[in-house]
Structure formats: C-alpha cells, structure tokens
Design a protein. Sequence first.
Length: 115
Amino acid sequence: MELNFEEVITESNDDLNIWASITVGFDTFGNLVVKKEFIDYDEHDRDRESYAVVDKDDVETMSRHLKTDKKALPAILFKKFGDTSNTMVPSDVEKLFGDIVDFIFDCGAKCRLKD
C-alpha cells in the first residue's frame, strides 16, 4: 500500500533473521494508516503486514485534539514515537504499534485493525 506524507516510525535491527517496521501516512482516500510489517528471512511464508486505519472523519478528530493540520499527523507520530536507532527487536516494534494505537484512541479517534 502506497502512502502519502509517509513517515518511517521505526525499523528493527537489520542483522536479525526477522525484520520489522512501522510506517504511517495517508492512503488515497485520506485515511491515516499505520502499517506494521514483519519479514522472516528464513521462512517468508510467515511474512505479514498489519494495519491500523483511522478513517478521514476520525483523522479530523485527531487533528482537532492535537490542534494541528491533519497532514502533520504522520510527522507528529514520528516525533512522539519515532526511533531511528536501528536497535529494536521485532517484539519492541510490536509493542510500539500497540502504543500508537492506544495514542490514537487517547486522541478520541477510532481505528480498525486489519491484516
């Protein structure tokens, strides 16, 4: 899925057998999408992507709550949760994804999770 205004929130250590990342941006419909990706270099049939999708009405709710323009939301999520150290392990990435979803709810917005 291609995202606009995309920010890479984090990526796990490149030297591990399983790599994970979180990116956030907007889809073509104006929904905010938080994408979590796992790649197992030893068993690619275990590769997967998961998404937390905030519809455009709830994007407005988030932007009002944070007192910002909706286009700034990916950058705000990066500022709050971004980790460019490249030292995370996949379980850290998984936890961070949950923290981002909790933050979305804390802003009064809803999101749907999908694989």
